[in-house]
Design a protein around this ligand. Structure first.
Ligand code: NAP
Length: 488
């Protein structure tokens, strides 16, 4: 173990990995390797290239605090522009020298004797003092196993693995799912009147309309010459998103009022957008607003009313060679099937193997419950940081802001470790138990447990998201409580 110049491995060169490496370098760490399984950096924004991809968090809020971007073209940034922002950031901060693209992590094993991690990829073996997982929350596609799926003779792919060779003109295209990804790609696919689009909705979604805005040349110039303007726009956006998040997790009168207002706006959006009462009824959720992640979108309702688009509701029965059979509508003939079926939010560093002290595997530790102290540390896995780990404040808030807060907290711990305040950074089991008891208490108040199915919930129906306001997350990330770490 080298505490003076520790060797650091960051798994993932997406949004979190990039800012983590920048912040580590700013503190003087240089012995950093970033493992990236893909051939490019950018994570989510590298993988997800479906038509219409954009971020429903405003651009100036979906930007690193230390690297503002006056050139955002829209209020809601498009996927390729975000990807460019990340690649430009990597170049600007000289990260290329650290990044090993096209290298997949296979296993990480803690070596008790040397108090280091032995890390194996599909190319090399490494040893490091500090291991950071910056693997993102939504990176493993959820591919439901429908009966007969393997018999479908057309083209089929998940939204995060878009097949750009397909010409959708004159094709019968099925989209399974109506989540955030589907709500963005369906309007784009529907633009071609020769495409017969069939949308398979198992459960309707709450959709709030927030119109996009194109920033003019003058506005961008002002952002550049008067950076306080960018900061102002960012802070205002974050403030409003924080308010909305609290409305989903807290039960004080103000949060309940905000929840009612948002429900009203979503209902009004549906009523104003969809005039046919039968279609409107099929698009109306029967669960509380915000129980599933709220969709911010202004084009989905128009798209599903186009003459070349048909909405099928209810469960899918099975697939066959030529299409999909639903319980309500029977057989639907298709050439292409797009699975907009979301992701496995509990994958974290998996499928790679993670073995901590005494040969314990993270799979075994998490078999009963996926949890981590301060959403980052699992007892028995020293000097191992799970960025955006279990119960991070995912939702409609800026994931960049969350990630930066976690990083600042993690770096404080690294500093204490280097100053020998602890031998290794490892949470006490009782600290994790206390942390989880606190989370479980708070979960009861969230809208996520009000009776719908969503990717926020684990197999026991407990939210994997942060069940409290943004402010309480900031408090939790403010400074490490060293009593909660093993002082070995
Ligand atoms: P998602 O929100 O999880 O939606 C998945 C959709 O697939 C749902 O409509 C779901 O129906 C349906 N589905 C899943 N399994 C099914 C099955 N067996 N049979 C029928 N339907 C099934 O996934 P997503 O749209 O990819 O979005 C995931 C997350 O990615 C979002 O919540 C968000 O956090 C992030 N995202 C963000 C943006 C952004 O703009 N910031 C854009 C895209 C994605 P049920 O509702 O019935 O389960």
């Amino acid at each position: 173990m080298n505490k003076t110049n520790p060797s650091i491995i960051i798994v993932g060169a997406g949004m979190t990995g990039i800012q983590l490496a920048i912040k580590l370098k700013a503190k003087g760490f240089n012995n950093i390797i970033m493992l990236e399984k893909s051939d490019k950096v950018g994570g989510t924004w590298n993988h997800n290239t479906y038509p219409g991809i954009a971020c429903d968090v405003p651009s100036h809020a979906y930007t690193y605090s230390f690297n503002p971007n006056p050139n955002w073209s829209n209020h809601f940034p498009k996927g390729d522009e975000i990807q460019k922002y990340f690649t430009d950031t990597v170049t600007k901060y000289g990260l290329h020298q650290h990044i090993h693209t096209g290298e997949t992590l296979l296993e990480s094993i803690f070596d008790e004797e040397y108090q280091q991690w032995r890390v194996k990829t599909d190319k090399y073996d490494y040893v490091c003092d500090l291991l950071f997982f910056a693997t993102g929350i939504l990176h493993q596609p959820n591919i439901p196993q429908f009966e007969g799926m393997e018999n479908f003779s057309g083209t089929m792919f998940h939204t995060s693995q878009w097949d750009h060779d397909i010409d959708f003109s004159n094709k019968k295209v099925g989209v399974v799912g109506v989540g955030s990804s589907a709500a963005q790609c369906i309007p784009e696919l529907a633009k071609d009147q020769t495409t017969q689009l069939k949308v398979f909705q198992r459960t309707p979604q709450w959709i709030v309309e927030v119109p996009d805005k194109v920033f003019t040349v003058d506005e961008k110039h002002r952002f550049k010459t008067q950076p306080w303007r960018m900061k102002f726009v960012r802070e205002m956006a974050l403030l409003s998103y924080r308010q909305n998040t609290a409305a989903l997790t807290n039960t004080d009168w103000f949060s309940r009022l905000k929840h009612k207002i948002m429900w009203f706006l979503a209902t009004k959006n549906l009523n104003d957008s969809v005039k046919d009462p039968t279609l409107r009824a099929r698009l109306t959720p029967d669960y509380k607003f915000g129980c599933k992640r709220v969709i911010i979108n202004s084009t989905f309702y128009d798209a599903v009313q186009k003459p070349n688009v048909e909405l099928f509701t209810g469960p899918i029965d099975k697939f066959n060679k030529d299409g999909i059979v639903t319980e309500q509508a029977g057989f639907v003939d298709l050439d292409v099937i797009v699975l907009a079926t979301g992701f496995d939010p509990a994958a974290f560093m998996r499928p790679s193997t993670l073995i901590g002290r005494d040969g314990i595997s993270i799979d075994d530790v998490w078999d009963e419950k996926i949890q981590a102290y301060r959403s980052m540390f699992v007892p028995g896995f020293p000097n191992c940081f799970i960025m955006l780990g279990p119960n991070s404040p995912i939702g409609n808030y800026s994931v960049i802001e969350m990630s930066e807060k976690q990083t600042d907290y993690a770096l404080q711990l690294v500093e204490k470790w280097m100053n020998d305040e602890v031998q290794t950074i490892e949470a006490k089991p009782e600290a994790m138990a206390e942390w989880n008891a606190m989370l479980r208490e708070k979960m009861k108040d969230t809208v996520w447990v009000s009776g719908c199915q969503s990717w926020y919930l684990d197999k026991d129906g407990d939210p994997l998201a942060w069940p409290d306001s943004w402010g309480s997350w900031v408090d939790a990330m403010r400074a490490p409580n060293m009593d909660h770490f093993i002082n070995n």
